[in-house]
Ligand binder design. Sequence first.
Ligand code: PMP
Length: 354
Amino acid sequence: MKKWEKNIRRVVPYTPGEQPNEPNMIKLNTNENPYPPAPGVRRMLKEIKEEQFRLYPDPTSSVLTEALAECYHRPKEQFFVGVGSDDVLAMAFQTFFNSDKPILFPDITYSFYPVWADLFRIPYERPALDKEFRVVKEDYLRENGGIIFPNPNAPTGIYMELDQVEEIIRRNQDVVVIVDEAYVDFAGASAMELTDRYENLLVVQTFSKSRSMAGMRIGFAVGNPVLIRYLNDVKYSFNSYTMSQAALALGAAAVKDEDYFKETIRRIVETRERTKKELSALGFRFPDSGSNFIFASHETCPAKELFEALRGHQIYVRYFEEPRVCDYLRITVGTDEQMDALLAFLREYINEKG
Ligand code: PMP
């Protein structure tokens, strides 16, 4: 090691899913939405003016926080926005997890959490999910420096009912609890309403999945205005202009079309439920997903082999070579046609193997 390397902050980075760009690929590996964003987004794109390139964006991002406030019927002081929920979550880790006691998150969960914890030198413990991949609520009732979990969890897709989420929050009122709801729109009730009762709760959501805008990088947090102010203090100590003028304007346009939003979700949920039935018939087992992906394992065919066979046919799914999950494929729910192509390939592959 060179002398100058000694003082370098060394990290093991998060590995994002690959982004191949082939004309006939079926891309089911990063939980993107197969449908376009709301029509108003395209209209807004045409209206973006030269000024919006030339001038810095509004540091308070008020166009977007106001649109979110209207959409979710809450004051704009309860919203914080960022460059995807990854940006929001990273800021939240830095702001709220500042104790010597370990923060808690599940052993199987979004793999960015340990990366941020290491980067910000936050101690952590990872209580194990049970055999059915469920969060064991009791594991989160011990002393800690903060809690974070996704609901639905990733990559399992399991949604925890709100009364259980609330119990975790209620019994941890001395620390900040972050509920990462990247996939909640495909599942059930959001914990957002609990922010009225619990000032230590931060709910984080994204435009990447249910609003078809992963490429624009828009995420947000909802919480008590005091919590949001602390988050803004860290943001302004780091980068005052996180989001571009274009992302702010397009994000605001996206939340204005409630009917389109509901219809897109309905289609994905319908396709998900049909895909579950067909995967089951092919010998796959999976936890009951409330998200836009299915975490499936085949009774005889190893996941890694299927992953590679699919990849060879330009069907991309996600595979994690890690303990407890290395026999599962995480399959994003695409359009009906995409799922039919995936199922046809799997049927033939599995039958041929006998
Ligand atoms: N949380 C979870 C649980 C996720 O799976 C993802 C997607 N990788 C994110 C947050 C981040 O999504 P984005 O930054 O696109 O909002």
